[in-house]
Design a protein around this ligand. Structure first.
Ligand code: C2E
Ligand code: CA
Ligand code: CA
Length: 694
């Protein structure tokens, strides 16, 4: 056998080239899996070329490092064919690692194909020497070299698959992996070389090709290094662009998030909700399915916001949003419309599912909230509208769910209601009402009824409370609860309220001139009026116009009205009080007044809410509450009024508890001004009867 030797410098070069080829290949593999479409195909082609060329040049440089005592050369076409084999098997390998998954079977298959490809390339390259007699291969080393090729290919594929994601540590891991892969390729080559034996009389038919092997080695090394350098630079540039593109994407999605989400809670806002609604409708249409729109409004939120400030209100809303997110199922949408209004969309098979969700929401919202320093408790009212039964457009569903929610509120809050067509009529009626109310003001259809207030237990009369009625040509005499909420929502209440103040002052002046100069007239103020800048001027103007002493006008403000914007209310109420007008706190006991705040109000009268009077009986809870209210009012130097007195028993008990003034159906229902005087005289007869009974 001929004695072979290796040029050490070229061997080292071949190892370096192998490692660089492996690194480039790993890098390219990650590019393929991180891009898509045309770009992915380009990366695959470029990657296969770089990798195939890399493996091949390692092999070829290794061959150039090899020398025998005879002249050696390489057949050009066979050498080029071995390059082609290297590139094709690299393409195959890259294709395998760039799939979504790499199950073991595919990993093994890919590794075997690639290993055989490399071995095939190597031994084709050996054949390119065109030796006669043929090279003898030691069988076991020959098989070992193929096994090394297969095992290292499997390992390489597995590593490449694991490292294909771009991440910070990827570069270092990739370097380590490239070292392993490079050594495996080199190992295969030199094992293959060790398997080859050249008989003593060997002649290399390709040796007369005339190419100087030294120059060939320099050429191949330079070209392969250039290929790797170009591949790596392009790949790095692509990473940069990809990173830039992804940060742009991120900025874009942040912007979208801002436009589509509520700032405070991060939940989808109305815009995104409408979008999702449209999507759901289209899907339900296609699948003939149904979904529910749950409209949730918090009860008692406003009071907490007013009492503890917006900061606490905001924290509470965030917590509510958090609870919503915890409860809603994956795929459902939970959005905030604004204020304390939320909407949940859920696909369902039957109404029981949305009912169950509504009940869970209500139960969860009723749990006390843990905020710094306070643990507020609220409840929620929910209205449910179902597509397609309750509407086939997003708008219709929202309007109907809203109507159902109002219904739930009316039924005592802390509950849910499914939409029914009767509620819709209500909504239409409300809209109409608003229209008609505007006309009513112009057509003078508003009237004031007056209800007498008496010194406890049965007189004399101290004055009246003016109560608004609407004499509608269409619907007859309407009570304030039928139209005032609408007037408040639309702002019409300011116009109406101004009219009430003026009319009450005019009527009071008439009565004063008729000899009832000791009476006063009480007018109810709503929160919207109290917030309106013109109120003080309107009151001053009315008093002046009708030349009425300010103390004859009582302004009744409910606790919650005064609390709505506590500081501003206090300012206005002080100005009114400075005018000489009498301030009274209406419906006392239902709101959330802090006693401290009450102390600062310039009010001189407390009206105990009718709710406590209705079931008042000696020794029950209501009596205890009334006692406490009276004690409180007296400490603050206020007069105590009980309203809603309907029975003699209430009359006697309230008087006994220390009420100063009584008002109620027992003593006189609200009547028009011209009916008041005749009513009083009949009341006086009753009074005689009552005294007789005593
Ligand atoms: P309010 O200020 O608590 O008025 C007392 C209400 O109790 C009146 O109802 C009155 O008719 C009713 N009432 C009086 N005595 C009895 C009784 O013995 N038993 C029963 N069951 N009810 C009695 P009305 O007139 O329907 O007024 C309802 C509410 O509408 C008023 O409650 C007040 O908050 C508001 N309101 C009425 N007029 C005006 C107004 O001109 N402006 C404003 N902003 N609100 C008004
Ligand atoms: Ca009142
Ligand atoms: Ca009242």
């Amino acid at each position: 056998m001929l004695v072979s030797s290796h040029n050490q410098l070229l061997v080292i070069c071949s190892i370096i080239v192998a490692i660089l080829a492996a690194y480039t290949a790993l890098n390219m593999a990650s590019r393929v899996s991180n891009s898509s479409g045309k770009a992915a195909v380009l990366w695959l082609v470029g990657g296969s070329f770089a990798m195939g060329f890399g493996i091949w040049s390692m092999h070829f440089i290794g061959m150039l490092a090899f020398s025998l005592p005879i002249a050696l050369g390489y057949d050009v076409s066979l050498t080029l064919f071995s390059l082609l084999v290297a590139i094709v098997s690299s393409a195959l390998a890259l294709y395998f690692v760039c799939q979504e998954t790499l199950p073991y079977r595919r990993l093994i298959l890919g590794g075997v194909l690639m290993g055989l490809g490399i071995a095939c390339m190597h031994y084709t390259g050996m054949e390119a020497m065109l030796m006669t007699p043929r090279i003898i291969y030691v069988p076991w080393i020959f098989i070992l070299s193929i096994l090394i090729a297969i095992f290292s290919s499997v390992a390489a594929l597995w590593l490449a698959f694991r490292l294909r994601q771009e991440c910070k540590r990827a570069t270092f891991s990739r370097m380590g992996a490239a070292l392993v892969m490079g050594c495996a390729i080199v190992g295969m080559h030199y094992t293959g070389m060790a398997a080859s034996k050249f008989p003593l009389n060997s002649v290399c038919s390709a040796s007369n090709s005339g190419i100087d092997t030294k120059w060939l080695a320099v050429l191949v090394i330079t070209v392969s290094l250039a290929v790797f350098a170009i591949a790596l630079i392009v790949s790095m540039l692509d990473v940069r662009t990809a990173k830039l593109a992804s940060s742009l994407d991120l900025a874009n999605s942040e912007l979208l998030k801002l436009a589509w989400h509520d700032h405070l809670t991060g939940l989808p806002n109305r815009t995104l909700l409408n979008d999702r609604l449209d999507q759901l409708i289209r899907r339900a249409e296609r699948k003939r399915g149904e979904f529910a729109l749950l409209f949730m409004d918090l009860d008692g939120f406003k009071a907490i916001n007013d009492m503890h400030g917006h900061h606490v209100g905001d924290l509470l809303l965030k917590e509510v949003a958090q609870r919503l997110l915890e409860i809603k199922r994956e795929g459902n949408t939970a959005a905030r419309l604004g204020g304390d209004e939320f909407v949940v969309l859920m696909e369902q098979d039957s109404p029981e599912q949305s009912a169950a969700l509504a009940q869970r929401l209500i139960d969860t919202m009723a749990q006390p909230f843990q905020l710094p320093n306070i643990q507020p408790q609220i409840s929620a009212s929910i209205g449910i509208a179902i597509y397609p039964h309750d509407g086939d457009t997003g708008h219709q569903l929202m309007v109907n769910a809203d109507a159902a929610m109002y219904h739930a509120k009316k039924q005592g809050r802390n509950g849910y209601c499914f939409f029914e067509p009767a509620m819709n009529v209500d909504v239409h009626l409300q809209m109409q009402l608003q229209q008609h109310l505007r006309q009513a003001i112009q057509n003078n259809e508003l009237v004031l009824y007056y209800q007498p207030k008496w010194v406890a237990p049965m007189g004399p009369m101290t004055g009246v409370e003016a109560l608004l009625r609407w004499q509608s040509p269409e619907h007859g005499l309407l009570m304030p609860d039928r139209f005032l909420p609408q007037a408040e929502r639309s702002g019409l209440i300011v116009l109406i309220g101004n009219w009430v103040i003026n009319e009450a002052c005019r009527q009071m002046k008439v009565w004063a001139e008729q000899g009832h100069s000791d009476w006063s007239v009480a007018v109810n103020l709503s929160a919207v009026q109290l917030e309106h800048i013109s109120l003080v001027e309107v009151v001053r103007g009315a008093l002046e116009q009708h030349q009425l002493a300010p103390r004859k006008l009582v302004l009744e403000v409910t606790e919650s009205t005064a609390m709505q914007d506590a500081e501003a209310s206090l300012k206005v109420l002080n100005q009114l009080s400075d005018l000489g007008v009498f301030i009274s706190i209406d419906d006392f006991g239902t709101g959330y007044s802090s006693l401290l705040y009450l102390k600062h109000l310039p009010a001189k009268e407390l009206k105990i809410d009718r709710g406590f009077i209705t079931e008042l009986a000696p020794g029950n809870d209501d009596e205890a509450i009334i006692k406490a209210i009276i004690a409180l009012g007296k400490t603050l130097g206020m007069k105590i009024v009980a309203e809603g007195v309907e029975t003699h028993a209430q009359q006697t008990l309230l008087t006994g508890l220390g009420c100063d003034t009584l008002q109620g159906y027992l003593l006189g229902k609200p009547v028009p001004a011209d009916a008041l005087l005749s009513m009083i005289s009949s009341q006086n007869q009753n009074k005689a009867q009552f005294e007789y009974l005593l």
